[in-house]
Design a protein around this ligand. Structure first.
Ligand SMILES: Nc1nc2c(ncn2[C@@H]2O[C@H](COP(=O)(O)OP(=O)(O)O)[C@@H](O)[C@H]2O)c(=O)[nH]1
Ligand SMILES: Nc1ncnc2c1ncn2[C@@H]1O[C@H](COP(=O)(O)OP(=O)(O)O)[C@@H](O)[C@H]1O
Length: 230
C-alpha cells in the first residue's frame, strides 16, 4: 500500500518534468532564446556547444580530440557527443530542462529517445543570409555561454561581459568559410532530425529574421505547455 502510494507520488513528480529541445541552424539564435527561456521559465539549460568548448578550454582529452573537428565546421562523432550529453543530463534529470544543440543527427535523437521522450522541440527557422551576417559579429563569454552581437545586443563595455566584466572572445569557427561548412552539415545531417520530430508530433517551428519578433510566440507556447503540465 505504502509502496503503491510512493510509486504514484514519483510518477506524478516525473510527469511534471518538462523536456524541451531547441533546434535551428548555427546562428539562428538558439543560445539567445535559451537564455530567455531559462530566465522566464526556469528550465535547466544544457548546451552541447558550451560543453565542448569548456572541454577544449580545460584541455581535456576529449576537448583536444574534438577541437579540429569543430574548427573545421564538422559535427563531432555521434557516440562521443551522445555519451557526453547523456552523462551530463544525469545532473539535471530531476528538473525540467532544455537541450540546446543536441540532438543534431537522427542517430543522436534515437539515443535521446532511448533515455526519455521529448515534450516539445522548438525549431528556429532563420534564413541563411541573416545568419551569415550575425555570426561575423558574434562575441561570446566562454565560461557562461552568454552571447553578444555588435549590432543586436552589444555588451555595455566593448569586449567585456556585462555580468562578470571578463573578456569576450570570437569563436574560431565563426569565420565565413567555416560558417558555410557548418550550414552544409546542418542541411545534410541535422535537417532530417526535424522530420523525425515532426512525425512524433512535437515539432514547433518559428520563422523569422528577428529574435525579438519570434520570442513572444515561443513565450506564449511555453506558457501554455507549462501551465497544462502542472
Ligand atoms: N542582428 C541580430 N542578431 C541576433 C538576433 N538574435 C540573435 N542575434 C545574435 O546572433 C548571434 C547568433 O545567436 P546565438 O544565440 O549565438 O545562435 P546559435 O548559434 O543558434 O546558438 C549572436 O551574436 C546573437 O547575439 C537578432 O534578432 N538580430
Ligand atoms: N550535437 C552535436 N553533434 C555533433 N557536433 C556538435 C553537436 N553540438 C555541437 N557540436 C560541435 O560544436 C560546434 C559548435 O556548436 P554550437 O555551439 O551548438 O554552435 P552553433 O549552433 O552556433 O553551430 C558544432 O559546429 C559542432 O562541431
Amino acid at each position: 500500500m505504502v509502496v503503491t502510494t510512493l510509486t504514484q507520488h514519483w510518477k506524478m513528480l516525473l510527469q511534471r518534468i518538462f523536456r524541451a529541445v531547441i533546434m535551428g541552424p548555427p546562428g539562428s539564435g538558439k543560445g539567445t532564446v535559451s537564455g530567455r527561456i531559462v530566465k522566464s521559465f526556469g528550465l535547466m539549460h544544457l548546451s552541447s556547444g558550451d560543453l565542448l568548448r569548456a572541454n577544449i578550454k580545460a584541455k581535456t582529452e576529449l576537448g583536444l580530440l574534438m577541437k579540429s573537428c569543430i574548427d573545421q565546421g564538422q559535427l563531432v562523432p555521434d557516440d562521443v557527443i551522445s555519451r557526453l550529453i547523456l552523462t551530463e543530463m544525469r545532473n539535471i534529470d530531476q528538473s525540467s530542462w532544455l537541450l540546446d544543440g543536441f540532438p543534431r543527427t537522427v542517430s543522436q535523437a534515437e539515443s535521446l529517445d532511448n533515455v526519455c521522450s521529448v515534450d516539445t522541440v522548438i525549431n528556429l527557422d532563420v534564413p541563411y543570409q541573416t545568419i551569415k551576417q550575425r555570426l561575423t559579429s558574434r562575441w561570446l563569454h566562454l565560461p557562461s555561454g552568454r552571447v553578444y552581437n555588435i549590432d543586436f545586443n552589444p555588451p555595455k563595455i566593448a569586449g567585456l561581459d556585462d555580468v562578470t566584466g571578463e573578456p569576450l572572445i570570437q569563436r574560431d569557427d565563426d569565420t565565413p568559410e567555416t560558417v558555410t561548412r557548418r550550414l552544409k552539415a546542418y542541411e545534410n545531417q541535422t535537417r532530417p532530425v526535424l522530420e523525425y520530430y515532426r512525425s512524433k508530433g512535437v515539432l514547433e517551428t518559428f520563422s523569422g529574421t528577428e529574435t525579438n519578433k519570434i520570442w513572444p510566440h515561443i513565450q506564449a507556447l511555453l506558457s501554455k505547455k507549462l501551465s497544462l503540465q502542472n
